[in-house]
Design a protein. Sequence first.
Length: 423
Amino acid sequence: MVLPERLKQKFLRLSGMKGVFRIVALFVLPVLLLILWTTGALLPKVKTGHTPLQGQEVTGVQTYKVQNGSGTLHISATGTVRPMVRALIASKIMARVTSVNFHEGSQVTAGADLCLLDDRDLSAQTAQAAAGVQSALAGEQAQAQGIKQAEAGLEKARADYQLSETNFNRYKFLQSQGAVSQADFDRVQNQYQQAKSALDNARATLDSAVAQVKVAGAQVTQSQANLQYAQAVNSYSRISAPLNGIIVKKMVDVGSMVTPGQPVAEEEQGPYRLEVPVPESYYHQIRVGDQVTVDIPALNRQFVAKVDEIVPAVESSSMTYLVKILLPQDLNVKSGMYGDADFALGSKREMTIPAAAVVKWGDFTGVYILRNDVARLSFVTLGEEQGDKVQVLSGLNPGDVIVAGGTARVHDGDRVKGGLINE
């Protein structure tokens, strides 16, 4: 039977709609039901502000009435052990290392030779400077001998001058009386002038000899300074320890070439101090001489020490300042160890509860607060532990009564009957 075209098309449309319904029934509807179930939309609803009680009654538990107390304000800081004195030992000259007389951990005394450098060039320069001093001294002695000769020549020239002057004055008087000829007077006058000129020359010779002695003396001084400099530079070939201390770092070996300013070792000297950064807000609460509880984990030692120095500057990047705590000298501490410092800064108001009252689930910390004898689990923020008690920072108010013992038997909503362990 051949259906009309219009009925045929209507039949096809009905067949397509049945396929869509089939897909919805098989795939979409189960997914929708699963979503409703997981979100709780299919569960019975509880009216807002009401929680159904479990109806269990718990007895024989301990309760605690929360109240404010007083305690000591503590701050803790972690720092590093450092020596009082640290010295970086470096070479002053360029030379090759010929001997190394230390190793890391060596106890050395001030002045002890740590390294020897090749000093052949320096020794030659020192010898040359010493020879220069000897030459300058010989020149000075020669010039001193010249002074003696000049002084002797001056004395002779002065005597000759005095004699010729006397003779000249006599002939001058005789000439005025007409007792001597002009020729004899001219001869005596010429002798007088020669003696005077010889006296002037002798004086000039003495002045020159004195000046030459001064020059020779300056040369001696210069040569002696050159020798002292050469000896000082030569002494740089011996690198010595500046302190009584311990070598903590070795930076050179035999055969190495060192240059001026190049470190060869690092030395440190006790006593040692624990240097800890402290927040700037406590700057005026910590003073030099304050007692501090120090813990050095590496030594398994805890002791009381004193604040030795406070750096009067705040580090801008961390907003902390440095407090240096003097450690006991008999402590076998090493630089670089870390330690913890506990500062007691005075009394404070605080709230503490028994540690047994705290309920922990992972990162959650809470307590059961009794409201009309009904336990309600409430979140609390805890501080530091203090023996069998723990500090509460938030979540409780003075006067709250909490479950302090037997918390494992209590659930949220249970009715609790117990006795207070504090009044």
